[in-house]
Ligand binder design. Sequence first.
Ligand code: ZN
Length: 194
Amino acid sequence: MNLSTTTILIIKTIVLRFLFSPATAQASSCSIKEFPVVRNISELPQDDYELGGLSHITIAGSLMHGMKEIEIWLHTYSPGAHTPIHRHSCEEVFVVLKGSGTLFLASSMHEKYPGKPQEFHIFPNSTFYIPVNDAHQVWNTNDHEDLQVLVIISQPPIRAFVYEDWFMPHAAAKLAFPIPWDARCLEAPFKYEL
Ligand SMILES: [Zn+2]
């Protein structure tokens, strides 16, 4: 198996888990009543959501805490772990707290598919934003260290469109909603009017 086949398999696994994670209701972790003003981040619920290599904490969430305009996550990626290639119509800003890695970004909504992405090195104390609807992927390319990022999105809960590769047509990208941590706060998958 060559590297590209392995990479594609990893991406497919993450995509499938994104798309088919069970929408299990866990009201206790999704209650506004349990949202004190000051909280210790190290005591907040943390989970890998079976995504492999990701540790997720919702610091302030829409479905979890009733936030209206923004949502904030703390993500830690182990070496080699990465997001799926995806796009969304909300704004997204990252702050790199620890580690290093690569941002892949394709600004080609006018084309039929994302195309070959630009690569940006990301490092501690760096920050970057994702232009609305640009396909992107964040990858911990450092073999020796976790990559920890603070992620701020607008217009929660997030609806992401996921690509299997950079040359998959935009129209074929699969809607990932709810994403795993939001699924836990919903009795049933949310229905969006398109
Ligand atoms: Zn994103």
